[in-house]
Design a binder for this molecule. Structure first.
Ligand code: GLV
Ligand code: MN
Ligand code: MN
Length: 416
């Protein structure tokens, strides 16, 4: 490309994070729940992937989709060597009724950081890639960070292939329908070996930066967290003809279990336990359910304490089930130990961002899955609502631009 054409095409680029975010503001809006619903491989998420590919291509990046469905947009060094690459990026899928920023802010900021760096240098001294990981939220197939888990070998490919979405479709079938060969999903040593460092920018999902009155933080750790599915079995029956004394109602048992879970977590310092999804089967107003499935999310900085909490929850659930004439089973769906980010990378980021405080987070991220394999860091951008996984999640324009600038500076520092 001649310098003149490059200048012309640069002028056509959306030049701000806010501009990029506004381009996708209408994609995947959920009029029932509010906010955004963008599960992996839904029309909304596919539209966002297309948007990303278009934006990356406009920036002259070489776009490739790996065998696990992550999209990589490369700014190559002359000669194309990809060893010791710098990688940044995040995800485009969302929880049901989620906010606009969880995931997309990191992707949009990465693209703008590339623009900033391209204005500073013609070719990077180190290859740089922007990545979009699929199914970070686990909203469709139940396992959080499925794409990065597959790439790093943190999930058995057979287990992944057999995961089912709420409609009963397997991950293998859905992946195949979207151009992946399910036989080849799994650990990608070559790609993983090319990553010299991964830096993920993310909206902060709590109040840390509000309380410190700062726009940007560097992450120190992610709380260990896991997901379990509980299935409470009772006896399906008629709401009008079944006397109260004759019931084996799994909804009543599940309701008692949910308050019991809250009480167990309240009694353990720093614990978080959540039930955000319950499904009575068959689910009729005048039907006593035969089964209730519900999902438990438990987090704690000490992995042994998290395991003990889940054990107590299971024991209590069995007692409640017996009292209600029901039975209960518990199955682990995913588990992520507590992660402390790479100290060296954290220190380098602190040099580039001397004002930024260092914070822990209770939210999970692909960066946490990558951390045991490659030096990994995270940058958080202030969320003035302090609320996330909700339409109320927010980032003000000025902080969004500061975030991208900060990311560019951090990446620039790491290129030296
Ligand atoms: C993802 O955002 C999670 O923390 O569950
Ligand atoms: Mn999230
Ligand atoms: Mn996220």
């Amino acid at each position: 490309m001649t310098p003149g054409t490059e200048a012309a095409s640069r002028a056509e680029l959306t030049a701000t994070v806010t501009g990029l975010m506004s381009e996708i503001a209408g994609t995947g809006t959920d009029h029932l729940r509010g906010g955004y619903t963008r599960p992996v491989y839904s029309t909304a998420e596919l539209d966002l992937r297309e948007w990303f590919i278009e934006q990356a291509t406009k920036r002259g990046l070489a776009v490739e989709t790996d065998r696990n469905g992550a999209i990589w947009a490369w700014w190559n060094v002359p000669g194309g060597d990809r060893s010791n690459s710098l990688v940044t990026g995040s995800h485009l899928d969302s929880v049901p009724g989620g906010g606009a920023f969880d995931g997309p802010l990191g992707v949009a900021s990465a693209l703008i950081a590339v623009d900033i760096l391209k204005a500073r240098m013609d070719t990077p001294p180190r290859p740089l890639a922007v990545v979009v990981f699929p199914e970070e939220e686990g909203s469709r197939f139940g396992v959080a960070c499925l794409g990065s888990r597959l790439m790093t070998g943190a999930i058995d490919p057979d287990k992944a292939r057999n995961l089912r979405d709420p409609d009963g479709s397997t991950f293998a079938d859905v992946a195949k329908a979207h151009g992946l060969d399910p036989r080849f999903v799994g650990k990608d040593d070559k790609l993983l070996g090319q990553i010299g460092a991964f830096v993920e920018l993310h909206v902060e999902q709590g109040r840390g930066l509000i309380d410190l009155n700062q726009p940007i933080a560097i992450a120190e750790s992610i709380l260990g967290h896991g997901r379990w599915r509980l299935s409470v079995h009772g006896q399906g029956n008629h709401a009008g003809t079944t006397l109260m004394a004759d019931r084996h109602d799994p909804v009543v048992a599940a309701a008692r279990m949910v308050t019991g879970i809250r009480d167990i977590a309240r009694n353990a310092a720093n614990a978080r336990a959540t039930v955000g999804r319950l499904q009575p089967v068959p689910g009729g107003t005048n039907v006593i359910a035969s089964r209730v499935d519900f999902w438990l999310d438990v987090r704690h900085p000490d992995d042994a304490v998290a395991a003990a909490l889940v054990e107590s929850i299971h024991t209590q659930a069995r007692l409640i089930a017996a009292e209600e004439g029901c039975s209960v089973g518990l199955r682990e769906e995913s588990l992520s130990p507590t992660v402390h980010f790479d100290r060296g990378l954290q220190k380098e980021l602190q040099l580039a961002l001397p004002q930024a405080p260092v914070l822990d987070t209770g939210a999970g991220h692909d960066a946490g899955v990558l951390a045991p394999f490659v030096p990994t860091a995270m940058v958080f951008v202030r969320n003035p609502s302090g609320v996330s996984h909700s339409p109320e999640e927010h980032v003000v324009d000025e902080d969004a631009e500061t975030g991208a600038q900060t990311l560019a500076d951090a990446l620039h520092g790491l290129m030296a």
